[in-house]
Write a new protein. Structure first.
Length: 280
């Protein structure tokens, strides 16, 4: 029986999850570049970017939101706290969901958050919600793992209320410097995709086009590192200790660090942000 892409992602996080948790704590996505340059910690920079997305969506107290690919729950819990809203985080990996539930209880956010482990292909339908049920859908560096990204955007459009927002942050591939052609970009992005269980890294315009095709009005579509290399909080000096990690299946973590560093140095790896509104 062939292993599906979604199953590969789930199994990847069985071993990568504990490593990410040990090295990054509760917040696993890039932060706001201005906050990073101002010297904020990786966690505080990640919170600054999450707040920017919540503010852009206009999520209000008492609202209900979905955080897709919620990982170990740090950003989901933070958004629930600052918005005074109710959040459901979903993942296809129970180890991640269990850590998220524990963190929510530790933070006193058990009444505002729930974390569900869903089926590998449930992202295509988000079947648990009726049409027009949610005030916001968010994703932070998770849609990159989906082989059918357009299906997720269509499902998000369906479950959002008219006038509500899809907000997202994700890894992208891009031309940069001397690396302009698809083959030149693939030389660096291909290894990232293979090692980190990504079926195909999207592009800034590709995500925007999929959102438009789903029915959204895209208000923001921006490369967060336009014109500069995207090192974020993981510069080549490896202050977080990825290269020294000695946990289970550490070679996968080391390989991930190696191929990401090469793609970052070539400039063809970046992170982008989108705000897309369902027409009222």
């Amino acid at each position: 029986m062939n292993t599906t892409v979604e199953q590969q992602v789930r199994e990847y996080y069985d071993h990568a999850g504990p490593a990410y948790h040990a090295l990054m704590g509760q917040f696993w996505h890039h932060g706001d570049l201005a906050a990073e340059r101002a010297g904020l910690s990786p966690e505080d920079a990640a919170k600054a970017l999450a707040r920017k997305q919540v503010d852009a969506a206009g999520l209000r107290a008492g609202g209900t939101a979905l955080d897709f690919g919620s990982g170990v729950g740090g950003t989901t819990v933070y958004m629930a706290e600052i918005a005074e809203a109710h959040f459901v985080g979903i993942s296809n990996n129970e180890w991640l969901s269990a850590r998220a539930r524990e963190y929510a209880l530790q933070q006193g956010a058990g009444d505002r958050t729930a974390f569900l482990t869903v089926g590998d292909e449930d992202y295509k339908s988000l079947v648990w919600w009726p049409d027009g049920a949610l005030d916001m859908v968010s994703f932070f560096e998770s849609v990159c793992h989906l082989p059918e990204k357009g299906a997720f955007f269509q499902a998000a459009f369906r479950v959002l209320k008219p006038g509500a927002c899809l907000v997202g942050v994700d890894w992208i591939a891009r031309p940069f410097g001397d690396h302009r052609t698809p083959a030149q970009i693939a030389e660096f992005i291909g290894p990232v995709e293979r090692v980190i269980s990504i079926p195909e890294l999207g592009t800034l315009d590709g995500y925007r086009d999929l959102m438009v095709a789903a029915g959204f009005d895209v208000e923001v579509s921006e490369d967060l590192y336009e014109g500069v290399e995207c090192w974020g909080s993981t510069p080549p000096d490896d202050g977080q200790g990825w290269g020294d990690y000695e946990g289970e299946k550490n070679t996968v973590i080391h390989d991930g660090k190696r191929v990401l560093d090469a793609a970052r140095a070539a400039g063809v790896f970046s992170v982008a942000r989108w705000v897309a509104r369902k027409p009222a």
